[in-house]
Design a protein around this ligand. Structure first.
Ligand SMILES: [Mg+2]
Length: 166
């Protein structure tokens, strides 16, 4: 008699876990979540602060290690999740390549619900990694955060946020 593996068994056998990956949101910092280094964009802060704790938040930025202390302070002062998931750009790498590599890696580790940012670099990196991208208009970042709210709320991942939606 021939034993035929079902799909799940086959995936396990191939070393590809059939289990669901943890969920994550990827956010850019400058002109997405803050202006002038540490002036918060309140709509973004509200969304990330309301995000269910089961969703990991990763910040992928063109900032380098030099900015670590100020960046951590910004996130901690606002009680934002993910202060320990900061991905700074190595000084020897272009920010374009940095974002491409990190977003591709995160897309492998997580089910990335969305990536949000204002630059062409994270847009390209997200599309390459097949991660849903929400583009920030620097003049009106609140629009992108409204879209992020809509998506995350649909997934039931924003807590106590219903009354803020129009
Ligand atoms: Mg930016």
């Amino acid at each position: 008699m021939t034993y035929t593996m079902n799909d799940n068994a086959l995936r396990d056998w191939l070393g590809i876990s059939a289990r669901k990956k943890p969920q994550a949101v990827i956010a850019d910092l400058d002109d997405t979540l803050c202006r002038s280094f540490d002036i918060p964009i309140t709509e973004g802060v509200r969304v990330l602060a309301a995000l269910s704790r089961e969703v990991a938040v990763h910040y992928v930025t063109a900032r380098t290690e030099v900015s670590r202390a100020g960046t951590e302070k910004f996130l901690l002062d606002l009680r934002l999740p993910g202060w320990n998931h900061l991905h700074f750009c190595p000084p020897w790498q272009s920010s374009r390549l940095h974002k491409r590599e990190v977003i591709a890696r995160l897309a492998g580790e997580y089910q990335v619900l969305l990536s949000i940012g204002d630059s062409e670099e994270e847009k390209e990196a997200s599309l390459l990694a097949k991660v849903p991208f929400v583009e920030v208009d620097r003049e009106k970042p609140e629009l992108a955060w409204q879209e992020a709210t809509r998506l995350l709320q649909k997934a039931g991942l924003l807590l106590g946020f219903g009354e803020l939606l129009g």
